[in-house]
Design a protein around this ligand. Sequence first.
Ligand code: SF4
Length: 164
Amino acid sequence: MDKPITGMMIYYYMVCTRKLWYFYNSISMEQENENVKIGKALDEQSYAREDKHINIDDVINIDFIRSKGVLHEVKKSRKIEKAGIWQLKYYLYYLKQKGVGGIKGKIAYPLLKQTLEVDLTQDDENELAGMIEKIYEVVNDSLPPKAEKKAFCKACAYFDLCYI
Ligand code: SF4
């Protein structure tokens, strides 16, 4: 049976489908990666007084909800901003499917002291529905997609699996 799609899978789909395949198929090297450690430290230190780690159905794991009706996600940098935006749109989409609509999202970049507002349009919902279909096609393949060198490969936890 297919696993449910999580916000992180949407993020990885946008960043690298090979990474998505590894992640979905439970091949994990994340603990050793320095960028992940920085992300976790940020998560623990930033906005320490906010509610955080709201887990819904083990499908979406929202960093925190600062004020009523707004989901907040924390990111380290704006380097792969598009992926972070779609991850948060997916949270809004998933909640809407559960009957919780009218929620907005906000991405916080504490290191940059910046925030970005995110909302969900009908076009976004259509796009996400298509994305989910494509994600299942990728992850159910018996082999991962070929590695394609990207600027951020060196910072990726799976670098050794792809290139060594
Ligand atoms: S090292 Fe590059 S190609 Fe390999 S999974 Fe990571 S981002 Fe994808």
